[in-house]
Design a protein around this ligand. Sequence first.
Ligand code: FES
Length: 273
Amino acid sequence: MSGQTVSARCTDSRIVGRHCCGPDAFLLDVEVEQELPLLRPGVFAMLSPANGTGPELGRPFSLYDQHGGTLRFLIQVMGVGTQALDRLEIGELVTLTFPLGNGFIVADPNRPVVMVAGGVGSAPFLLYARHRMQMGCEQNTWVLFGARTADRLYDAEGLAAAGAPMLFATDDGSQGFHGNVIQMLDAELESGRLPRDARFCACGPEGLLHGFADYARKQGLDAELSLETYMGCGFGVCNACPVETEPDGPLGSWKWARTCEVGPVFALSSIRF
Ligand code: FES
């Protein structure tokens, strides 16, 4: 149920849907003309407009959802690459290189899992949560989702529909816990409402990931991170995406690892982050 490995390929694929899901974000549905197995949560694609209106290099996006050959991506409009994608209409083509990266290996059903998402970093967790629900893990799976404001809890209803218990946090207190998602995680662990022996999986902006990494190390949590790193090619050629490895960890025989190839999901114990 953790999703199969498929060789990456580059295609021009048609946009079959797009839906606004926040003041600066949208869901983009792309139809791929090939048989696809269930892909692993956390794998990503490089996306760019096929009509040449965007930057030459695509931008990386985690796979958000999959129904057969229709792939959904959660896109926050932040710069020229995402602005170009935002201008595309249904029926137009995107150049798509996928599936890339390792993704999360969905934990054993007996192991509690806590997903920690900030903003657009919720992207890998809809599939992860759905896989866990299909394994019968309603009682030991949680999704913690934080954002600056309630309207930036992108597609919160869609994510909740995966069926995992969810907890929300907003910096301004407009929904759920008043504070950031790390503070909420701390409160939940302190109260005993979440188990410390869970596997903790995090994705979000770099600041959140650093906060999560510091917190997880101090608390001795078993943690994995999906890194949001600048990427050029997405498949190991340009060297734009290095992360320093932990010398005593499983990747320690190399000082640097390419996030696109070895990651983007890393055990916290394997990297210096
Ligand atoms: Fe080019 Fe990783 S993005 S090597």
